[in-house]
Design a binder for this molecule. Structure first.
Ligand SMILES: *[C@@H]1O[C@H](CO)[C@@H](O)[C@H](O)[C@H]1NC(C)=O
Ligand SMILES: *[C@@H]1O[C@H](CO)[C@@H](O)[C@H](O)[C@H]1NC(C)=O
Length: 811
């Protein structure tokens, strides 16, 4: 068919359709019924919306600030200033010319101007018509007049009378008053509690809540909250399982539902408010009145160690009379996004630790004094007692110090980015905020203050923040085992080629830089076969990053080229179960590696600590390590055999993901040390395959062996080599004992009656069998790491393993 015919036909259809529908439209508006086939197109002179019987509510497209964007939404039809109570597509608008249609199979369907489907409501069953209830609920109904979908089940940022909130339901704040995309705050009903919290935008990780109804009762389950109810009389309360109520709306209210519309909205700034509006507003310029709101003071109640607080980083929150936050950048700081006053601020100067004038800082920097302002979670140093001049001086002399707070004769030094900034008159404090008097350009542009991105890129900002704040956790030793020297020879690589540094994104640090970053190698994280690991803070990609700096004292004589080759091999690995190498230093005698810093220490301290980690977490960790090893063995350009898999070499990130560390170092060490290997290995026990002793070739199967031992430790939470003196002789060598337990069918003993593990019997059995396969003395009997994963995941059957013929460790 020719194109013009097509258009003609379409137009004719449309006309016919319109003529046919016109009377129905009017009918629909009066009784709220919308038959399948009805549609609304988004354009400036938008078709009439669908109305509820009383015309209190409307459903259709709302035009946004950008006149080409339309939000599919429900709003109060009779209130002049459009108040949206529900919206589709997580607040992402549709372009002009998009169309929403009610279909029987998919419910509401939005197509873009090209006819491409871009959103659908989905339905549980065939739909015959839709109905916009006078409660503001849009319901799709089937032949049986039962609901197949309703907007009340998918609340956005607002609850309405007759709506309930059951366990697991979440409301998200919008991004700003006029941008409906999901913002930073959440209202959740969880474990019987109504909670408000800010969230990390990428992972949706919930930060500490800043409001809780505290209606969870662990000692008496029937007293716990069961659901949140918004009654048709305009009262919100939490209904407990035993039928008692916890009132959210104070009783009685001055706003009877007969005379007022009610709604409860999680505002974009994180404050949850129940509002009322007179139904018969003759003046037409009435505002929404606040019935109640939570929290009391969002500037102060958002505490915790994570996230930026009620405002963005470096911003200061003060509470308005309406209990809504106002944010203002301090002197010397500017909004990153001038249109987002709630976003982050960045200093309009740069403070560098490398300036020639570090000694004359007093000439360059000064302080502005702010009264009753604090950033309570950003401190790195506490001086007690301290005078005002000491407090100012110590911050002035310290190139990391951004602000010093003096309160009650004590001084706190704070670093960027500052979070949870607030004004609080009860503080009685002074803040000395550093600013630059003369604008001397910093000698090295890469060492400027963190460039915190504002509203448009808020997501990365929050990630940066949480990484930084992870430093407040205690750090466990990175490299514990002193006996790991032994296995670092012969780890081979396929395809060894010297690669120029430019092929990786590794950063080359000067010794000076790392000396400053680690505060003169002041904070030791641990010691291992290669030397000592220190904690430090460096500037990376415009922000400050906490790092672990490994000083390699045994590879000092390494030839430059070999060192670089090895470092490049490590630097080109990228996997979520590996610790990421960020950079290195090679200067004179100094060889150092700079890694990302992980906040939750080693698997060793988790596994053998108290309380022991849950079975679930343990199995996740076991799988994570296996995935990391598959990557090293099979998926990276150059095969890497780790040669030293043990719990001290597995680190845990902030979400307790297992991350393998120290891979690729075997080769480095070997170059100098191979002669001493044979003697060193004698002291090693526990994780070592027999190939090391009998001159067989070393392959990736040595890692499989060590993984098997590690897996048994993860299953049992016991060390591979126990305490002989403890009298538990049969448990002394875990590998022997585990295989006995399997043969004799007493896995309960192996997991020490861990309920969670025993309830997961099939998996437990599978894991133990896989471990025994891994520790077979003959390397060819051991599975590859890829096969290990498939067996652990239950994708392939695990046969009963033969006895792993133990060999004795030479002593
Ligand atoms: C409209 O809402 C009210 C209150 O929730 C309810 O009782 C009624 O059944 C609803 N009507 C339809 C057609 O869903
Ligand atoms: C709303 O804000 C988000 C996040 O900054 C942005 O990605 C999106 O484009 C904005 N939407 C509109 C309609 O401006």
């Amino acid at each position: 068919m020719a194109r013009s015919d097509q258009i003609d036909l379409t137009m004719a259809h449309a006309l016919l359709f319109l003529l046919f529908l016109l009377p129905l439209f009017i009918a629909a508006q009066s009784n709220g019924n919308i038959p399948v086939g009805y549609s609304i197109t988004a354009n400036t002179n938008a078709a009439d919306p669908w109305l509820s019987p009383s015309a209190d509510f409307a459903f259709g497209f709302s035009q946004l600030e950008d006149p080409n964007l339309f939000l599919l939404s429900i709003w109060y039809y009779k209130i002049r200033h459009r108040t949206v109570v529900w919206f589709a597509n997580e607040g992402v608008p549709f372009s002009s010319g998009s169309k929403v249609e009610l279909t029987s199979g998919k419910g509401l369907v939005v197509t873009d101007p090209n006819g491409k489907e871009v959103w659908e409501s989905g339905v549980s069953n065939e739909v015959v018509y839709g109905f916009l209830n006078d409660t503001g609920n849009f319901v799709l109904l089937g032949n049986d007049s039962l609901s197949k979908w309703e907007s009340f089940t998918y609340p956005t940022d607002t609850l309405l009378p007759t709506q309930t909130m059951k366990s697991g339901l979440e409301l998200y704040s919008r991004w700003s008053e006029t941008n409906f995309s999901q913002g930073r705050f959440q209202l959740r009903f969880e474990d019987g509690n109504l909670l408000l919290n800010a969230r990390e935008m990428v992972s949706n990780f919930a930060y500490d809540n800043y409001y809780s109804s505290e209606t969870s009762d662990t000692s008496n389950a029937s007293n716990s909250g069961q659901q949140v109810i918004f009654s048709d009389t305009g009262y919100m309360y939490i209904l407990r399982t035993n039928g008692l109520r916890f009132d959210l709306t104070p009783r009685p209210t001055d706003f009877p539902a007969s005379d007022n519309y009610h709604r409860a909205t999680l505002n974009f700034d994180g404050v949850f408010v129940q509002y009322a509006y007179p139904r018969s507003s003759s003046t037409g310029n009435t505002n929404w009145s606040v019935v109640w709101s939570e929290p009391d003071n969002i500037c102060v109640n958002i505490g915790g160690n994570e996230g930026s607080g009620a405002c963005g980083y470096n911003n200061i929150c003060s509470l308005g009379d309406d209990k809504r936050p106002n944010c203002q950048c301090p002197q010397g700081f500017l909004l990153m996004d001038p249109d987002d006053e709630y976003g982050s601020c960045s200093p309009n100067f740069t403070q560098s630790c490398e300036e020639a004038d570090v000694n004359s800082t007093a000439n360059v920097y000064d302080f502005s004094t702010l009264v009753n302002i604090d950033w309570p979670t950003s401190d790195y140093e506490h001086l007690n007692p301290s005078t005002e001049s000491q407090c100012r001086n110590t911050c002035l002399q310290d190139c990391f110090c951004a602000v010093a707070i003096l309160r009650a004769g004590q001084c706190w030094k704070k670093k960027l980015p500052l979070s949870n900034g607030r004004k609080d008159t009860s503080l009685n404090s002074k803040a000395f905020l550093k600013y630059r008097k003369v604008d001397v350009p910093p000698s090295n542009p890469t060492t400027g203050p963190p460039t915190i991105r504002g509203k448009k890129d808020r997501e990365p900002t929050i990630v940066v923040g949480s990484v930084l704040l992870g430093t407040s956790f205690l750090v466990n030793l990175l490299f514990v085992g002193a006996f790991c020297l032994g296995f670092f020879f012969i780890c081979r690589k396929k395809n060894v080629k010297g690669l120029p540094t430019s092929e990786t994104s590794l950063r080359r640090f000067t010794y000076e830089e790392l000396d400053v970053a680690t505060n003169g190698f002041g904070e030791e994280l641990g010691r291992g076969a290669f030397g000592i690991v220190y904690k430090g803070v460096v500037q990376m990609g415009g922000s400050r990053q906490v790092v672990a700096v490994k000083k390699l004292d045994r590879v000092a004589q390494q030839k430059e080229k070999e060192f670089k080759t090895e470092v490049n091999v490590i630097g080109r690995t990228h996997h979520k179960n590996l610790v990421q190498l960020l950079g290195f230093c090679e200067e004179g005698q100094h060889r150092m590696l700079v890694y990302e810093f992980l906040s939750n220490g080693t698997l060793s301290s988790l596994l053998f600590g108290d309380p022991k980690p849950s079975w679930n977490l343990r199995t996740e960790i076991a799988l994570g390590i296996a995935r990391g090893l598959v990557y090293l063995h099979e998926e990276c350009t150059t095969q890497i055999i780790h040669c030293d898999i043990k719990p001290q070499n597995i680190l845990l990130d902030e979400y307790y993901n297992a991350r393998i560390s120290d891979f690729g170092l075997a080769k480095l060490l070997m170059m100098n040390q191979s002669k001493t290997m044979a003697t060193t290995i004698r002291g090693t026990k526990g994780y070592v395959a027999s190939e090391w002793f009998n001159n067989k070739p070393i392959t990736a199967k040595v890692d499989v062996y060590s993984y098997g031992v590690l897996l048994l430790e993860i299953i049992s939470c016991q060390r591979s080599v126990g305490d002989f003196e403890n009298g538990e002789v049969e448990k002394a060598i875990l590998t022997d004992w585990a295989s006995d337990c399997l043969e004799q069918g007493k896995l309960e003993a192996l997991v020490e009656n861990d309920r969670e593990a025993l309830n997961d019997w099939n998996k437990l059995m599978r894991f133990v069998k896989v471990a025994i396969w891994c520790i077979q003395e003959d390397p060819s009997f051991r599975p590859s790491m890829r096969k290990v994963i498939q067996m652990l995941e239950g994708v392939i059957e695990v046969n009963h393993p033969p006895c792993p013929t133990t060999f004795s460790f030479p002593t």
